[in-house]
Ligand binder design. Structure first.
Ligand code: GDG
Length: 724
């Protein structure tokens, strides 16, 4: 039976030293709750670091046993691992980069080495538990390399990745010296999830630009499979918060705390200590509110909970000092004997007390400068069971995409935040209720259990889709079958497309000439079979490249044919009608002038606009513009506009490779036919093939061909096998 393995840097427990012994404290975090429905089932398991270093082998063995009971397995990290991998690369390079704090980024090769080393440690720990068909769900930015490390050992496993923090623009990612390795690491997964659409689109753009992997509608075409990238906004355990807020214990705290701040409006802020959360900026906004609206002094106070976090990292130490200073300043300036503006707690609270704070506060001020999602704002809304209260939420939090009924603010616009607080303090009850109601309905529906379900369903869907695409894979068995059939044949013909099939793509199309290996393959084949190179290339180039070879050639998708027995001359298969070219060329030239790197190739029956060398992104944009422009023109001339690999081609519709291939076979009896190609122009060839032919498409796109093959390398292997 296959099982599911959850992997995150931290296990959902904390291991603590107490009186020379270790004890576990379970974490009640949202992720632990949501994934509880998975890892507690059957043989499933959660693998991660227990949060403390343990050097003694006996103690380790004891911990392994105890965690086993809780359906967890530890990855033990050394002190150096924690310093260099966790505090170092994860929190001093990736965290600031991904939250747009480039000024805090550290580029330390030793930290990078530790990151690779620890990801490998996780991989080894997983491999001890994982079977070849298991599902492995990896979480977050500390483990970006892990999906690919796992894929190499378990090629058929179902691997998913979810990133809890933002994924920034390509402009930031490109700053990291190890960007390519990081992205390739993530691409080991079958499904890659983010909180928001923006994160997902940034990721797709980075993977396209940095790793050269193109994508369409959230599907990346990797070498041998498709990868789905999608957004899955994470929810909370809504009922747990709603129920707790009404519980007796919490209500007792509400009463008790309420006495201390009687008659005051309460603003609540809760965050881990982190510069991404905008804590100093929030204190400054509150300060400005008290200065501008002096009548509020003595009437409004802020409850500020800062949960200690990463305090060994320098930027966090400095942040803590800054917050202490700002709170000291505002309190010393405005406090009276019976009023303190900021009640500041640098610690965490038990769940019942946290719930009481949510329950009793009038306003939640959630103003991070950048946040992947932010669960605090959702927990506040779920806890307001009487539907009063106002949520002020930063546009920079992922949650703002969902909670449009919050008062959205730009955290960098201090006056905007001040005004939002002022307006919230006087918001009519009916409006408060209407906004709360709408947000609660949405949060109830998209809770954390729903999040897990939707994610897992999507993972099944991707696997199914991959299976559909690889069901026709040319594996060893199929290769042997093709070889046997070829050997048996008395008269055979091979239709071989050139670019993307026999050779890879090159930024300069003229430089993709056949190498020695390819020339050897074609020569060997031509001695035992009829070989037809069937290409969109112009006849002069093909003629030059295959000079002296005993083969047939079809150039320009079937405009020109050169039979081997003709020894020299190209035959025109289709009449040339050039009258349209002048007008169309003018338009194409206009797009060349506007697009550095683009150029036009003129063939006898077509014009091709190339954009392989254009700045990525711009090329696509211009191609789309040109496409719609040409489509309009094409109707008048009865032409066809076709999109190819980094090219746009306009040609006569009745000329295609299928027509040429059919003409080539006319009147002949073949007992072995093979056609291989990699793009839509080859689909015409596949369609024209008789039933007994082997047709193969390179790559894993939907196709009329009977088979798919992974790469140019494999095409060459297959062809070599035919003559071996
Ligand atoms: C990362 C991303 C994304 C806080 N104080 C106490 C306490 N908490 C709990 C809250 C909440 C959690 O901590 C904080 O979660 P956030 O989502 O707000 O922020 P991060 O820790 O930065 O989380 C973030 C998240 O991952 C999930 O994908 O939303 O964007 O940065 O659940 O309730 N809990 C208790 N006492 C406290 O004093 N018991």
């Amino acid at each position: 039976m296959s099982k599911t393995i959850i992997v995150s840097n931290r296990l959902p427990i904390s291991l603590r030293h107490r009186n020379g012994r270790f004890e576990f404290k379970p974490s009640a975090g949202g992720l632990a709750t949501g994934l509880g429905s998975i890892y507690k089932e059957g043989e499933n398991i959660w693998i991660g670091w227990p949060g403390n270093t343990v050097d003694d082998p006996e103690q380790r063995a004891e911990i392994i046993l105890e965690l086993h009971e809780l359906k967890m397995a530890p990855v033990f990290l050394s002190k150096a691992d924690v310093e260099e991998f966790y505090e170092g690369f994860s929190n001093e390079t990736l965290w600031p980069a991904f939250h747009y704090f480039t000024q805090y980024m550290v580029y330390n090769p030793e930290h990078w080495e530790a990151y690779v080393r620890v990801n490998q440690k996780f991989c080894d720990a997983i491999l001890k538990k994982a079977g070849p068909d298991d599902t492995i769900w990896v979480h977050d930015y500390q483990l970006l390399l892990l999906p690919q490390m796992l894929r190499e050992v378990l090629p058929n496993a179902t691997i998913a990745f979810f990133q809890h923090i933002p994924f920034p623009s390509y402009e930031i990612i490109r700053m990291i010296p190890w960007r390519k390795e990081l992205l390739a690491g993530m691409c080991g997964a079958d499904l890659i999830g983010f909180h928001t659409y923006d994160d997902m689109r940034h990721f797709l753009s980075a993977v396209g630009r940095i790793n050269g992997l193109s994508s369409e509608s959230g599907y990346i075409q990797a070498e041998n499979r498709i990868i789905n990238v999608d957004s899955f906004p994470m929810g909370i355990d809504y009922d747990k918060f709603a129920k707790q807020a009404k519980s007796k214990r919490t209500l007792r705290f509400v009463e008790e705390f309420g006495k201390q701040v009687e008659g005051q409006k309460l603003l609540l802020t809760i965050d881990r200590l982190d510069y991404s959360k905008g804590i100093p900026q929030r204190i400054q906004a509150f300060n400005q509110l008290l200065e501008q609206h002096t009548e509020l002094q003595g009437k409004v106070s802020m409850i500020m909970i800062v949960v200690p976090s990463r305090d060994k990292v320098q930027s966090y130490k400095e942040l803590k000092e800054e917050i202490d200073l700002l709170v000291g300043r505002i309190n010393s300036e405005f406090s009276t004997l019976n009023w303190v503006p900021v009640h500041y707690f640098y610690r965490s609270f038990p769940f019942e007390e946290l719930s009481a704070f949510y329950n009793m506060s009038d306003i939640a001020l959630v103003t991070p400068l950048r946040d992947g999602m932010n669960l605090v704002c959702k927990e506040f809304v779920a806890s307001k069971t009487d539907q009063t209260g106002v949520l002020i939420l930063s546009e920079m939090a992922g949650a703002s995409k969902e909670l449009q009924d919050a008062n959205l603010v730009n955290p960098n616009d201090r006056q905007g935040v001040v005004d939002a607080i002022y307006n919230a303090l006087s918001m009519p009850l009916a409006e408060q209720k209407a906004r709360m109601k709408s947000m609660q309905e949405s949060l109830k529906k998209y809770d954390v259990f729903q999040w897990v379900k939707v994610f897992m369903d999507r993972l099944d869907h991707v696997k199914q889709k991959q299976e559909e695409l690889t069901s026709k894979d040319v594996d060893t068995k199929v290769m042997n079958e093709i070889q046997a059939s070829f050997k048996k044949a008395k008269k055979s013909i091979l239709f071989l497309d050139y670019d993307g099939t026999l050779t890879g793509f090159h930024s300069d199309p003229q430089k993709a000439s056949p190498d020695a290996e390819l020339r050897g393959i074609v020569k060997d084949l031509s001695e035992v079979s009829q070989v037809v190179i069937i290409s969109g290339r112009d006849k002069d180039t093909l003629g030059e490249w295959f000079k002296g070879q005993n083969i047939d050639m079809i150039a320009e998708h079937g405009v020109w044919v050169k039979r081997k027995e003709d020894q020299g001359d190209w035959e025109l298969y289709a009449e040339i009608d050039d009258t349209w070219k002048g007008d169309i060329r003018k338009i194409m030239e206009y797009y060349v002038l506007r697009t550095p790197g683009a150029f036009i190739e003129e063939k006898h029956h077509s014009l091709v606009w190339h954009y392989r060398k254009v700045e990525s992104g711009l090329g696509d944009l211009r191609m789309r513009e040109l496409f719609s422009h040409l489509k309009y023109m094409a109707r008048g001339y009865n032409l066809q506009v076709l999109e190819g690999n980094m090219v746009l081609e306009i040609k006569r519709p009745d000329i295609n490779k299928g027509r040429a291939a059919t003409a080539m076979m006319k009147g002949m009896e073949y007992d072995f036919i093979l056609a291989i190609g990699d793009d839509w122009t080859d689909e015409d060839t596949f369609k024209a093939m008789p039933k007994n032919a082997y047709s193969i498409r390179v790559g894993y796109a939907y196709t009329k061909a009977n088979f798919n093959i992974k790469s140019v390398k494999q095409v060459r292997q297959l062809l070599q096998k035919l003559t071996s």
